[in-house]
Design a protein around this ligand. Structure first.
Ligand SMILES: NC(=O)C1=CN([C@@H]2O[C@H](COP(=O)(O)OP(=O)(O)OC[C@H]3O[C@@H](n4cnc5c(N)ncnc54)[C@H](OP(=O)(O)O)[C@@H]3O)[C@@H](O)[C@H]2O)C=CC1
Ligand SMILES: O=C1O[C@H](COP(=O)(O)O)[C@@H](O)[C@H](O)[C@H]1O
Length: 496
């Protein structure tokens, strides 16, 4: 298989935020890394009428933040073409077909096509149906479709969408993107587990006390209020990114590293998640909404004051939960997750807390120092092992130390960005780090119960956490009830 795939990438929604902020810069980085053949073309689709030159200037501007003074940027941009089209208008697709045939000839792309749906979800089904009816998917090369999130807003809508897409593309042609799966250290979760004897033997309820996953953001809802009002943190982050990290952390070792075997093991974890009745939800889930506050040296408004947000909104901008996986390996081990907007720091971390020794000769009874494995997903990418190794002078107590590995502390720009990795994977036909329908459907069924319970009970006292905090007090109480607390582990080693 060529590591410099030839293809035409068609980006529906090419004048949108995702295209400019993530897709064009990622394609440029692939081009810079010689991961794109010279035979590639990108066709941007949107309604606005734009010349190819204007579109190329838009692409160049979007890469500005990456590399200054780029000699090759004009050559890169010359591969971009704009096709004005309204995706609800079938005739638009005939014009697109004509352009793709022309470009197939000019760039010898062998009829290979990636259709990237960087548009609002309500258009996903329509685009797929029009791609088929216009013959755009009948090509001598391969054709793949990348579907952005949210993939539906509940199980029923996700199933309808999946059936609509399934009438055009086979499962192997469908790439449901969850960009967390493109992140360096999310991809390393299975490497840390399955390439290190010292961890795999301990990775179970015999040795692990609890697991904590935090994905906190300092950003508020920004200009996405219209979308977020009907999503909230539960559907925006938990149903996809958080549950995907749980699956990777808890899965059994696959028999090999093929997509099918890895996804098969992830599905087993999701199926073993303890289901809750609607009455039990509030015993295991905490919801929050940010109020005003002070963050990153400035005053910020609360969620209800944001644009396109109902002043009496009950949408959750924060979720904490205690998940239980009822299988032999994890029975009894709580997995705590929390995610939210307008929190104290932008960070995604996983903390594995190991059980205490039955008898610790050096234990400082007032300052327990259990062993922790911290997997830093972002902003630092790496891991820290918290051990007890030094003896305090003249005392029996031991001192905690940290072994720290950071893969991007010296050169943050070198680690491929998630979208860069995932775009390249799709061009290569590798769906390992994309989500399979089986994973998506189970995640929706699990989250639907929580969503229904919360929609039935709107008696919430929102806002219930200050911007700049780590969420509502109930999130701490969720762990305190079990004798635990959220570890506020630093991004970098310290001698605390
Ligand atoms: N932005 C982000 O950070 C993230 C976005 N996503 C997902 O990515 C997708 C795109 O998001 P985002 O870029 O923010 O959205 P935007 O609203 O910024 O962009 C939407 C794009 O779709 C085009 N468009 C809208 N209607 C039509 C139509 N009828 N025919 C053709 N083109 C149309 C718009 O151009 P025009 O109006 O000129 O036609 C524009 O290019 C969404 O599914 C979102 O959920 C997922 C994760 C993060
Ligand atoms: O999918 C999404 O993720 C982003 C956070 O992504 P990150 O890579 O910056 O951690 C979140 O802000 C957005 O609301 C959500 O849709």
């Amino acid at each position: 298989m060529s590591t410099q795939p030839k293809a035409i990438v068609v980006i529906f929604g090419a004048t949108g935020d995702l295209a400019k902020r993530k897709l064009f810069p990622s394609l440029y980085k692939l081009y810079k890394a010689n991961k794109l053949s010279d035979d590639f073309a990108v066709v941007g689709v949107a309604r606005g009428d734009m010349s190819n030159d204007d579109f190329r200037q838009s692409v160049i501007r979007s890469t500005d933040k990456i590399v200054k003074g780029r000699k090759d940027i004009n050559d890169f941009a010359s591969h971009f073409y704009f096709q004005a089209a309204d995706v609800t208008d079938k005739e638009s697709f005939d014009k697109l077909q004509t352009l793709l045939h022309k470009l197939d000839g000019e760039y010898q792309t062998e009829g290979n096509r990636m259709f990237y749906l960087a548009m609002a979800p309500e258009f996903f089904g329509t685009i797929c149906e029009n791609l088929k009816s216009s013959g755009l998917t009948s090509t001598e090369g391969w054709s793949r479709v990348v579907i952005e999130k949210p993939f539906g807003h509940d199980y029923v809508s996700a199933k309808e969408l999946n059936d609509q897409i399934g009438r055009v593309f086979t499962e192997d042609q469908v790439y449901r993107i969850d960009h967390y799966l493109g992140k360096e250290m999310v991809q390393n979760i299975t490497v840390i587990r399955f390439a290190n004897a010292i961890f795999e033997e301990l990775w179970n309820n015999q040795y692990i006390s609890n697991i904590q996953i935090t994905s906190s953001e300092t950003l508020g809802v920004e200009d996405r209020g219209r979308y977020y009002e009907s999503s909230g943190a539960l559907l925006d982050m938990v149903q996809n990114h958080m549950l995907q990290m749980v699956a990777l952390l808890a899965m059994e070792p696959p028999i090999n590293l093929t997509r099918d075997e890895i996804q098969s093991e992830k599905v087993k974890v999701l199926r073993a998640l303890r289901p809750f009745t609607e009455e039990e939800v509030d015993d295991y889930f905490v919801r929050g909404q940010y109020g005003n506050g002070y963050i990153e040296d400035r005053d910020v408004i609360g969620y209800r004051e944001e644009s396109n947000v109902d002043p009496n909104s009950t949408t959750d901008t924060f979720v904490a939960a205690k998940l239980m996986i009822d299988n032999y390996r994890w029975a009894g081990v709580p997995i705590y997750i929390r995610t939210g907007k307008r929190m104290k720091e932008k960070s995604t971390k996983i903390v594995i807390q190991f059980k205490d020794l039955p008898m610790n000769l050096y234990r400082d009874k007032n300052h327990p120092h259990p062993n922790l494995l911290v997997i830093h997903i972002q902003p630092d990418e790496g891991m820290t092992l918290h051990l007890n190794a030094q003896q305090r002078t003249g005392k029996e107590d031991s001192l905690p130390i940290q072994l720290h590995y950071c893969s991007n502390c010296d050169d943050k720009m070198n680690t491929p960005e998630a979208y860069e990795r995932l775009l390249y994977d799709c061009l290569l036909g590798d769906a390992t780090h994309y989500t399979h329908w089986d994973e998506v459907s189970i995640s929706w069924k699990f989250v639907d119960t929580i969503s229904k319970a919360w929609n039935k009970n709107k008696e919430v006292h929102f806002p219930n956490y200050e911007s700049g905090s780590m969420g509502p007090a109930a999130s701490d109480e969720l762990l305190a009830r079990d004798g635990f607390f959220w570890w506020s582990v630093a991004n970098r080693p310290s001698n605390s």
